[in-house]
Structures are given as structure tokens and as C-alpha cells.
Design a protein. Structure first.
Length: 635
């Protein structure tokens, strides 16, 4: 059992992450009738044929579901990592095997079973009752018709009966559950020795270096590269050829008066006394009475700023004497704004009620609405009009430039005519990108599919237009040692240093595992000191200083008080680590009592899945399963 725990230490997390994707696969799989031969099959399981069309429908449907879950672009490479095609295949084949077994056992799934299932599905319910609109809307989103869904949902119900027969007998022992819970939750106290990888000095042995290079030559492959001529331009490149007259600027100024009008502003101070949410009438009146008293103090000669510092409950402005600064309409609560713009400078308002409470405001000064003189904004207007002209013209110029370049298969003359600059770049790789043009996937795919002297399409990237002509293409190749000697020598030295550190670590482990060995003395003999790590559980995702690699997970699940020294050096950034268990702190049994039921259910589900996997293996070994590998590989 512990071996299973170690092997699947992270499996529950993976199941949760993929669960939303995998569960929907259980709903549908398709086949033609027994004995029917189909050349366009996706898979054949005994006499059951999963058709190519059906597989494509399900695959596309699952793609749509994933997109809906992300509600936007998927992370780059996500589908490749998920290997969705293979997952669909495996699920459909397994379902076919289970349904065949159910038919052998005489199990059936009736129309009434399907109706009951649809009515009980929360996704199709509104106010606790089945809603046909929700049902059909869901099927529309996942691109399935009701007949297809309902037919294969019946198959899933039959499959569930088979799974139940196979796995309902799985049981657990309470004492074992408690041991497993402690295995997962007890805290381990660990110590480690760090053996640093120190690179040797001096030139490496030529023969050993050559052998290292020969063994790792593929790593230093020189990637495919291209030499190109290219033009990058945007509307900004047209600015120098455009002009705006004084008449145009003046006309724009006269026809857009609001754009150059500075609205009326007032300099305001305020005092706030808050009214608590849900306050009763008496509490509200008490705040109002307090505000009226404050108003009388100010009218009696006390400075507004001084009173605001001591009485205002607006933390943001109290220390500033209630100063709100210069404000235009729309910057305050409507209730305050309506009163503030009626006040004369120096005039104090009556208490004003808002959602916050009661306010007193005083206007310090007013700045009337003003129109900025033309001469002050002329340069800004000219700049705006130039940019507007350039933005409107760039698309036409880009098309005209590209038409001439494409017709002549030349960039130089059209670029000169339009005032653009032709640049050159050599040794461009897919990863490196083109200077000033970028390295977007769209650009690099376009460039690397060109033939010599061929012109790319006109590419739009942000505000830029890009046209590229391929001058030369150099295929990827394996280098000679002298071409990459510096990198090879560096890697070789690192390897020698790490090899020496690993050997030393293994020698330390061997010394520690001898009967009667004293860990402190062994460490001292090798000139190293033990370092104490923070306590961790066996199922922790990451151990500080050691990382989260599988080797660390193996260490956590294998060290014990009987075998405290982990038998293998753990690779870390500085070199290698030797790890030993120094103690185990049991988790609180009261916590176990709280978590026991849920933990036991998790173990039972896990065991059922393992048990089902075993049965599926048996069914497959006794069946004829043919898979269209070409389709699986995307051909």
C-alpha cells in the first residue's frame, strides 16, 4: 500500500486539475453496429467500431469545452501538454470495453433511466426542475444534438452499472486508514549536507573533452537560420512627409470648442461626520446635531482648517484641514456638488446629507470656465492632425508599397519611393527574431516558410507593417567542436564538478549507513556541517533548498526511523545534498477524527480507480483492439 502511495503521491491533484475535462468524456462514445467494416474508423474494439467522423465530432466538442472553461486564449502549448487526442482515444476505447462487458452480463439502460438522469442533472435545472431551454442551450454550446447526447448518455449509464459491479466491493480497514493518514500528515524533521560542485581549474583533457562533445553533440546543434532583407514601417514614418496648415489647425480649433474649454473649478474644504450603516432615527439626528454645533463654532470665528483637523472623520483629508483641492463638476457626490457650486468664496454650507453621513463644506476660491487661446494649443492641434492624417493614409500606402514590391520581387526601389528604409539581418533564428520587427510566432513562421528570393506577405504587427525578402536559408546542422568549444568546455567543467560532488555524496552516504556511524563525526571527516530544514509532511509539494523534483518526493516517502539516511544523493543547484531523517512529529489524532471520513472516502475512490484500471487491463488483453495510429498522430 505504501508503494502505491509513493507512486501516486500527486495523483489527486492531477485528477482535480483534469477532472472537468475527463468527466465529460464519459458521456459519449460512438460505434457502428457489430461486424460492420469501416475504413474511416478511429478505433475498433472487437465488433465495436468508433467511426472517424464521431471521433472528430467528440474531439472538436472537447476543444470547445476547454475554450469555454478558459474564457479566453489558452496558455501556449497547453493542448500539446494535455495530449487531448490520446486522452479521447483512451476514454472511448475503455468505455467500449466496459459497455461490452455490461452487455455480456445482461445489464441494460432504459429510456426511463435516461429520463430520470436528465431530470436529476443540476446543469439542466432551473428552480429545482428540469428546464428544456437550459438543456438545449448546453448542447448547443458543446456542439451536440439531443439524439446523439441521449443515445450515448444511455451508454454511460450502462457503463456506470458495470463500474459499480467491479468496484463496489472495495473496502478499507480503519487501522490502515489511520496509518495512511499519519503517513500523510506527520511532520518530518530533516537535516542535509550540501556538497558543492566545484569546477576544476586548468584546460580540460583534450581526449575527454572530445568524447564528451561526441556524446552530447546534438545539444549544440546550430539551428536553422535565414538572411533577410526587410522593411518595417508604421504611420509614424509618414509624419515627415505631411503638413498641416494654419487654416486647418484654426478650423479644428473653432469646430471643437469643448476640447479647449477648461471647466469651472472650485477649491473646496469639508468636514465629515459619519452616520453608521443601519443607524436609527435618533442616531442620525445626533450626528446632525453635532454637525450643527460644529457649524456654529466656525461661524463664531474658529478657523475651518483647525476644526476639520479635530472634528472631521474623513481620514484622507482631516490632517489637511479638510482640503479637497480644486474640483470640477463630476468629482464630488452629487449632493455636495449641487451645494458647492452655489456657494461664494468663504461661504459655509448648511449640513449636507450623503451616503457617508453629514458634511460641511466651504469654498475657498472659484475659477470660472475658460477657453484656452488658440496660440497655446496650436502645436498640440498640429500634432494631432498630423497623426490623424498619417493613420488614415498608412493602410493605402502600405498596400501600394507592397503591390510594387510584390510585382518586382524587390524591396529597394519601392522603399526608396515611399521613404522607407530597407534593413538586412543575417543568421536570424526562430527564437532570436528580427531586429525592430520582433519575433512573434506569426512573423517567424511566415519568414521560415519562404523560399530564396521570395517576398513574404505584408504582415501587420501592432502598429507596424512588415515585409521580408528571404536572401538565404541555412539548414540546421551539427557543429564541429571548434565552432562551439567555449560552450562545450564550460559544460564539461560543470559536469566534472558535479560528477566529483556526486561521488563525494555517495561516499558520505556509504559512511553514514555503516553500523554505529555517528552522523556528526562523518560530516566532520568530510569537512561539512549538517543543516537543519524546516519540518515538512511527506506529501508537501516543495521542500525549501531541495526543490520539488521526483527524487525529493521519493525521499519524503522512503526515509523512516529505521532507515533515516536517504540512499541517493539529491541533485540541487549548488551540487548534491545528502539527507537524513532526524525525527517524526505525529499529527494530532483529534484532527484525524475530524478528517477521517473524508480521508477514507478518498482512499476508497483511489482504490476503486486502481481496481478498475486492473479490470480494464484484463478486458483489453482478452479483446481485439485496433487503433488508427495515423489519426492518433494527427495525419
Amino acid at each position: 500500500m505504501l508503494d502505491l502511495m509513493r507512486k501516486h503521491a500527486k495523483s489527486w491533484l492531477i485528477k482535480v486539475a483534469l477532472g472537468g475535462i475527463i468527466i465529460v468524456f464519459i458521456f459519449w462514445y460512438g460505434w457502428s453496429g457489430p461486424g460492420e467494416e469501416r475504413k474511416d474508423f478511429a478505433a475498433q474494439i472487437n465488433d465495436t467500431v468508433i467511426t472517424r467522423n464521431f471521433f472528430d465530432d467528440i474531439y472538436r466538442s472537447e476543444m470547445e469545452k476547454i475554450k469555454l472553461r478558459f474564457r479566453g486564449p489558452m496558455p501556449e502549448g497547453f493542448l500539446e501538454r494535455l495530449n487531448l487526442k490520446k486522452r479521447v482515444y483512451e476514454m472511448l476505447v475503455n468505455q467500449a470495453l466496459l459497455v461490452q462487458e455490461g452487455e455480456k452480463l445482461g445489464l441494460v439502460s432504459t429510456e426511463q433511466d435516461l429520463i430520470n438522469d436528465l431530470r436529476a442533472t443540476p446543469l439542466f435545472q432551473r428552480n429545482g426542475a428540469f428546464d428544456d431551454f437550459l438543456y438545449r442551450e448546453y448542447l448547443r454550446q458543446v456542439r451536440l444534438t439531443p439524439p446523439i447526447y441521449e443515445h450515448y448518455r444511455k451508454q454511460q449509464l450502462l457503463e456506470a452499472q458495470v463500474v459499480g459491479l467491479l468496484t463496489d466491493g472495495v473496502k478499507t480497514d480503519p487501522s490502515e486508514i489511520k496509518r495512511l493518514w499519519h503517513f500523510q500528515n506527520d511532520k518530518l524533521s530533516l537535516s542535509m549536507l550540501t556538497i558543492k560542485a566545484e569546477q576544476p581549474s586548468g584546460p580540460p583533457d583534450p581526449t575527454a573533452l572530445a568524447a564528451f562533445f561526441k556524446e552530447n553533440r546534438q545539444k549544440y546543434e546550430i539551428p536553422e537560420s535565414v538572411d533577410v532583407e526587410y522593411v518595417v514601417f508604421s504611420w509614424r514614418d509618414l509624419l515627415k512627409g505631411l503638413t498641416v496648415s494654419d487654416e486647418e489647425a484654426r478650423s479644428y480649433y473653432d469646430s471643437h470648442p469643448k476640447e479647449f474649454t477648461v471647466p469651472e473649478k472650485i477649491h473646496v474644504r469639508h468636514i465629515l461626520r459619519k452616520v453608521p450603516v443601519g443607524a436609527d432615527k435618533e442616531a442620525v439626528e445626533a450626528v446632525l446635531k453635532k454637525m450643527e454645533e460644529i457649524a456654529q463654532r466656525i461661524k463664531g470665528g474658529e478657523a475651518f482648517e483647525a476644526v476639520a483637523k479635530t472634528e472631521s472623520e474623513d481620514a484622507a483629508t482631516a490632517e489637511k484641514g479638510g482640503d479637497l483641492g480644486l474640483l470640477s463638476r463630476g468629482a464630488m457626490d452629487l449632493e455636495l456638488e449641487n451645494e458647492a457650486f452655489k456657494l461664494d468664496p468663504g461661504e459655509l454650507s448648511a449640513p449636507i446629507k450623503t451616503d457617508q453621513g453629514y458634511h460641511l463644506i466651504r469654498v475657498e476660491e472659484t475659477q470660472p470656465e475658460q477657453v484656452t487661446p488658440f496660440e497655446q494649443v496650436k502645436n498640440d492641434i498640429v500634432t494631432k492632425l498630423l497623426e490623424d492624417k498619417a493613420r488614415k493614409r498608412i493602410a493605402d500606402d502600405a498596400d501600394a508599397f507592397y503591390e510594387k514590391a510584390y510585382r518586382t520581387e524587390d524591396l529597394q526601389n519601392p522603399a526608396k519611393e515611399f521613404g522607407f528604409t530597407v534593413k538586412t539581418a543575417r543568421g536570424i533564428t526562430r527564437a532570436g527574431g528580427i531586429p525592430d520587427a520582433g519575433k512573434s510566432k506569426d512573423i517567424m513562421e511566415e519568414v521560415f516558410k519562404l523560399k530564396t528570393d521570395e517576398l513574404s506577405r505584408l504582415i501587420r504587427e501592432g502598429e507596424n507593417y512588415i515585409a521580408v525578402k528571404l536572401v538565404n536559408k541555412t539548414p540546421e546542422r551539427l557543429p564541429e567542436l571548434d565552432e562551439v568549444r567555449a560552450a562545450v568546455e564550460q559544460d564539461f567543467r560543470e559536469k566534472l564538478g558535479r560528477d566529483a560532488a556526486e561521488k563525494k555524496a555517495r561516499d558520505i552516504i556509504e559512511a553514514l549507513r555503516k553500523e554505529g556511524a555517528n552522523p556528526e563525526q562523518v560530516a566532520s571527516q568530510f569537512g561539512i556541517t549538517w543543516e537543519t530544514l524546516d519540518p515538512v509532511s511527506r506529501t508537501t509539494a516543495l521542500v525549501p533548498q531541495l526543490g520539488n523534483e521526483p527524487q525529493v518526493q521519493e525521499m519524503l516517502t522512503t526515509v523512516s526511523t529505521a532507515t533515516p539516511i536517504f540512499a541517493t544523493p539529491i541533485s540541487i543547484t549548488p551540487g548534491y545534498a545528502v539527507v537524513r531523517l532526524t525525527g517524526v512529529t505525529p499529527a494530532d489524532d483529534k484532527l484525524f477524527e475530524q478528517q477521517a471520513r473524508e480521508f477514507q472516502q478518498g482512499i476508497v475512490e483511489w482504490r476503486r480507480e486502481e481496481f478498475l484500471t486492473g479490470w480494464l487491463r484484463v478486458f483489453r488483453e482478452g479483446s481485439k483492439v485496433v487503433v488508427n495510429e495515423r489519426l492518433l498522430q494527427g495525419s
